[in-house]
Design a binder for this molecule. Structure first.
Ligand code: GLN
Length: 503
């Protein structure tokens, strides 16, 4: 059933609410009716914040009536459940946080709320954002709105599924090695990871602090730019926040790619993605050319080491970040005979298998005797990868590649962790280099093992701080193609639903 209020983009909703064509309250009531209808089958949300949403909507309506114009007036916002929203249960997809309620709100979330966005709920994710399919969540299954037997991607899978199925106009995700871009690609929406440090990490539950970056998942590039402009910028509460001038990404939206050189990575050409997937990307690159871009070849000789490098650095940082979950300060606590046993029991029961695996790898890589061989070596490799990008950007303005190694796969298909890690082949080197990068819908393929066509994402990557150029180009591509317009017509046939919690 289509409802223009529920289907509206953030840009359209803000325009309608600011001009008092409709109220924020009316918008939110319709959105919740839609969520109640479909989320039992989809499982995008872990917690719905309906009371808070209505309260916020009333406040926004009052501000608009008083003459204020708000960039996100009445825009529904879903928040990945590793970001704090004051007074609301925050789980990071883990059992170890129990019923912990956030005592404060993350800076990125707060800035969106101040600009008029309405928090509809907290979305499912892989435990502590470790994964590529949402299947590592300890709290429930999220399904792909285009095929309920498939994953929505991860780790920001709940956020992607929510936006793709119109349960929210915008959502926040966090991207450490691909967790915004890959679910964006799997769900046919826009997933944007800004330059590391552009958006404050204050109030984001840390996974790998030198890589984690918050960004938007939206149905259009314009909405991504709008959201980014509101939440980016210096925050004294985050020591790695960039204190430098921001250019509006929204004002940089453009209609063509004239004058831009787009680099295709020579080393990626050898990756076999299968003929139908390759056909979609070949067409995407020629669309870029048709829009005026000059296609050039670039080389990233060390990108192949991205996954090995990442799976030392990210676990090392996570082993240190997750030490705080000890049964004393947060949520779950299982008593033992003494303190050490309480720690052991709590952590043994509270963390899932992937999180434990990474804590073990990370602790090992950092231990004396192995530090130089693993962690230090990985840091050196990271620098090399970043240098490769720097060299590549001497001969191009943007780099284009696939966003993920395949379209969305079937639930349970990647039980071997290594095969899951390979999904991020194209996103991880970009993350290691800290670069801004976006995934935009670029076409459809029918997987060999599937009955439905599934979407693919085109990843565009820019030099550090070039968000404006990046989103400008992504907008031109999106406008010239029709891929983003295809939305899930119907979901939920015959799938057993699941109750959704309330805050
Ligand atoms: N899939 C990658 C991992 O499991 C990336 C996750 C992320 O970006 N948060 O670590």
């Amino acid at each position: 059933m289509s409802d223009p209020v529920v289907e509206a983009t953030a840009t359209e909703t803000a325009r309608a609410v600011n001009s008092r064509e409709r109220s924020a309250v009316e918008t939110i009531e319709k959105v919740f009716a839609h969520i109640r209808r479909i989320d039992g089958d989809l499982g995008a949300f872990l917690t719905l914040t309906e009371d808070l949403a209505l309260e916020c909507a009333q406040r926004i309506d009052a501000r608009v009536r008083a003459g204020e114009k708000l960039p996100l007036a009445g825009v529904p916002l879903a928040v990945k459940d590793n970001m704090c929203l004051r007074g609301t249960r925050t789980t990071a997809g883990s059992k170890i946080l129990g019923d912990w309620k956030a005592p404060y709100t993350a800076t990125a979330v707060q800035r969106l709320l101040d600009a008029g966005a309405i928090p509809v709920g907290k979305t499912n994710l892989d435990e502590f954002a470790m994964g590529s399919s949402c299947e590592n969540s300890a709290l429930g299954v999220t399904r792909n709105p285009y095929d309920l037997e498939r994953v929505p991607g991860g780790s920001s899978g709940g956020s992607a599924a929510a936006v793709a199925s119109n349960e929210s106009a915008i959502a926040l995700g966090s991207d450490t090695g691909g967790s915004i871009r890959e679910p964006g690609a799997f769900c046919n929406i826009v997933g944007f990871k800004p330059t590391y440090g552009r958006v404050s990490r204050f109030g984001l539950i840390a996974f790998a602090s030198s890589l984690d970056q918050i960004g938007p998942l939206t149905r259009t590039v314009e909405d991504a730019a709008l959201t980014y402009d509101v939440m980016a910028g210096y925050d004294e509460m985050d020591a790695t926040s960039l204190d430098m001038a921001l250019e509006s990404a929204h004002e940089g939206l453009r209609a063509d790619l004239r004058g831009l050189r787009v680099g295709l990575v020579r080393e990626y050409a050898g990756q076999s993605l299968g003929p139908s997937v390759e056909g979609v990307y070949t067409r995407a690159y020629s669309d870029l050319e048709r829009l005026g871009a000059q296609i050039v070849e670039v080389s990233l000789p060390t990108a192949d080491y991205g996954i090995a490098t990442y799976y030392l650095i990210a676990p090392a940082e996570c082993s240190s970040n997750l030490a705080r979950f000890d049964g004393v300060r947060y949520g779950l606590r299982i008593e033992g005979a003494d303190m050490a046993e309480t720690y052991d029991r709590t952590r043994a029961a509270g963390f899932g298998p992937e999180v434990k695996r990474r804590i073990l790898i990370g602790t090992h890589a950092l231990s004396s005797g192995y530090y130089d061989a693993y962690y230090l070596k990985a840091q050196k490799a990271r620098t090399k990868i970043a240098d490769d990008f720097k060299t590549a950007f001497e001969s191009c303005d943007l780099i284009a590649s696939p966003a993920a190694a395949s379209p969305a796969f079937r639930l349970g298909a990647k039980s071997d962790p290594y095969s899951m890690y390979l999904m991020d082949y194209y996103t991880i080197p970009v993350s290691l280099a800290g670069l801004p990068s976006v995934s935009v819908p670029c076409g459809w393929v029918r997987p060999e093992d599937g009955a439905h066509e599934m979407p693919l994402g085109l990843q565009l990557t820019a030099p550090l701080f070039a968000e404006r150029l990046l989103l400008g180009a992504a907008h031109a591509y999106e406008r010239a193609t029709e891929h983003a317009k295809k939305h899930p017509a119907r979901i939920g046939n015959g799938v057993v639903g699941r109750a959704v919690g309330k805050s």
